[in-house]
Design a binder for this molecule. Structure first.
Ligand SMILES: [Zn+2]
Ligand SMILES: [Zn+2]
Ligand SMILES: [Zn+2]
Length: 141
């Protein structure tokens, strides 16, 4: 896979159709999903989109900020189409995948402050909270 980050998205008619298929699956999935899970969803609907194309499409959607990306500690990358267009963070249930979109609150001022303390101009930051949602927590007891 040769995916240089500087690659401009070249979208022919074929890739537009595939992209529409990926976007429609994403809009139906409430939780963060891996490229493979999205690929399997497409497959079960009889939509023939290769796994590599799914990866590439998700990457280009992420570059355009059309999907949110989560980098899990196990190296897996998960994607989700968020309902909020503005900057936000996530609370993610590691058991059922339920996701809440949350405000950064003090994280925003902290990130900007710590960056400028070190002479950095902040271009972005990431902070996701993982845990068990109330339902899953009850189930574990
Ligand atoms: Zn989000
Ligand atoms: Zn849960
Ligand atoms: Zn933030």
């Amino acid at each position: 896979m040769s995916s240089l980050p500087s690659d401009p998205p070249k979208l022919g008619a074929r890739s537009t159709r595939q992209r529409t298929a990926v976007v429609s699956v994403l809009s139906e999935i409430e939780t963060f999903a891996s490229a493979r899970q999205i690929y399997e969803q497409l497959d079960s609907r009889g939509m023939k989109v290769g796994l590599t194309t799914v990866y590439r499409t998700l990457q280009s959607l992420a570059d355009l900020h059309m999907v949110d990306v989560l980098h899990m500690s196990n190296g897996e990358t998960l994607y989700r189409q968020c309902s909020s267009d503005s900057h936000h963070h996530h609370l993610v249930c590691t058991s059922c995948g339920r996701t809440e979109e949350i405000d950064g609150g003090p994280v925003e001022t902290w990130a900007r402050g710590i960056a400028s303390e070190h002479g950095f101009f902040m271009s972005g930051h990431d902070a996701e909270i993982f845990g068990l949602c109330a339902t899953c927590h009850l189930r574990e007891d």
